[in-house]
Design a protein around this ligand. Structure first.
Ligand SMILES: O=C(O)Cc1cc(O)ccc1O
Ligand SMILES: [Fe+2]
Length: 450
């Protein structure tokens, strides 16, 4: 289905791209023949090549230091400003009311979220927000059945979306071009970028939304110059446009201050012929993650598997980290190898793209989720503890054929009414997976002579 889509590689690069149907459409460094030859155009020429409009999309304050300054210049057939006024639209299960249900500090687990069938109702990506939970002052992990209508696009004025498809490929058309994103790949659509989604059958995935920060690659510290998610494995679309008049109206849906608004325009918003800049959508295939882990003894914290981080202003504390549990070797000696029992000052939402998760023998299924809130105790279930306390510690493959992930946040998460009740996927038996843990305490235990 991905056909012959092409991409540019690199993370946060200064990219430039023009649709090959319009050579020379990118003003940068071009000489316009109808002006005097010494006249070099840059971002905002008096007249753009091909009669395009120049429009800047700013993803950071104008005044941010260079290292965090993000913007792109779009050269488009008509500017985004040409539209009828936005009016409020129904928000469905999308909520900005963090208090709609009482807080619940229990371990929560969801069975695979139900995929709405297209025969039951045609559902737009923008109607999705079947929001499982919200994060502090922000929204967060949502799961969504997504389908698309023609002539509808979406933009999030509030924050960035990290999209994790779990079932079904999604074709994302953006102002910057097209990306095909398959399960085991992730993509990021940053604040303000217009996009629409095509699906090809039953489709399900997870979305993490962050406000106030963009995703970055984590620092590598003593790991050195290479490793984890390498910048060259991130892919960004190439310019693609349609010059399409839509007299019946093209709907732009805008999530703004937590509510949905719609407006009409009579042309396709995917009319960007050329663009350049460092503020773009991008995708990444999780199979490229270069995992680093313990090769001696003990269990390293899962931060070693951080793919992307949205930093807060407090050093080392993330608004949200996207962490994966990729296939790898387990070799630690004298060690209980699965995740340890723990309580954490961060919130941990986990999802499963495929396979099964190393800390749970059963019950945590692909397309489902779990939430271990701030300081909520959790860890391996009784079967996992039993098996791994007695296992012979040979080097062995861990998580082969699987991909679990975690959205970890320093915010406390509120679970929505949809997540707790409406979706009817909450697994009320979850706590039982620890019930069979029994005491092995032996007051007469003596250290063995080494
Ligand atoms: O809770 C979880 O399963 C995620 C997790 C994994 C791990 O190896 C260590 C800590 C942690 O929170
Ligand atoms: Fe955990």
């Amino acid at each position: 289905m991905s056909g012959s889509l092409s991409y540019m590689s690199g993370f946060g690069n200064e990219f430039s791209s023009e649709d090959p149907r319009c050579p020379g459409s990118l003003p940068e460094g071009q000489v316009t023949p109808n002006l005097n030859d010494s006249f070099f155009l840059y971002n905002n020429p008096q007249v753009c090549p091909y009669g395009l409009y120049a429009e800047q999309l700013s993803g950071s304050a104008f005044t941010c230091p260079r290292s965090t300054n993000k913007r792109s210049w779009l050269y488009r057939i008509l500017p985004s400003v040409k539209h009828k006024p936005f009016t409020p639209m129904p928000c469905g299960d999308l909520t900005e009311n963090w208090d709609e249900v009482e807080p619940d500090p229990n371990q929560l687990r969801w069975l695979p979220f139900t995929i709405l069938k297209s025969t039951e109702k045609k559902v737009d990506f923008v109607e999705i927000p079947n929001l499982a939970m919200v994060l502090g002052s922000t929204y967060s992990p949502a799961t969504l059945p997504w389908l698309t209508s023609e002539f509808v696009c979406f933009n999030n004025s509030d924050g960035d979306f990290l999209i994790v498809p779990q079932q079904g490929d999604i074709l994302i058309t953006t102002e910057f071009g097209k990306m095909m994103v398959e399960p085991n790949e992730i993509c990021v659509i940053q604040q303000g970028m217009r996009f629409s989604v095509d699906v090809f059958g039953e489709t399900r995935g997870y979305i993490l939304e962050v406000y106030g920060a963009h995703f970055e690659l984590p620092d590598l510290g003593p790991i050195g110059a290479n490793g984890l998610a390498n910048p060259r494995d991130f892919l960004c679309p190439v310019a693609w446009f349609e010059d399409r008049t839509v007299p019946s109206g093209y709907t732009i849906i805008n999530k703004y201050q937590g509510k949905l608004f719609a407006c009409q325009q009579d042309f396709s918003p995917f009319n960007v012929v050329a663009w350049h800049g460092n503020y773009t959508p991008y995708k990444y295939n999780l199979k490229h993650f270069m995992a680093v882990n313990c090769v001696a003894f003990d269990h390293a914290d899962p931060s070693i598997f951080t793919v992307l981080t949205a930093k807060s202003t407090k050093p080392g504390v993330a608004i949200a980290d996207f962490v994966i549990f990729p296939p790898r070797w387990g070799v630690a000696d004298h060690t209980f190898r699965p995740p340890y029992y723990h309580r954490n000052c961060m919130s941990e939402f986990m999802g499963l793209i495929k396979g099964h998760y190393e800390a749970k023998e059963e019950g945590f299924q692909p397309g489902g989720g779990s939430l271990h809130s701030i300081m909520t105790p959790h860890g391996p279930d009784a079967d996992c503890f039993q098996k791994n306390s007695t296992a012979e510690l040979k080097p062995e493959r861990v998580a082969e054929g699987t991909m679990a992930f975690m959205f970890e946040s320093s915010f406390s998460m509120a679970v929505t009414k949809w997540g707790l009740e409406t979706c009817q996927r909450l697994d009320k038996t979850y706590y039982q997976c620890w019930e069979r843990l029994r005491s092995h305490f032996n007051p007469n235990w003596k250290p063995s002579k080494q």
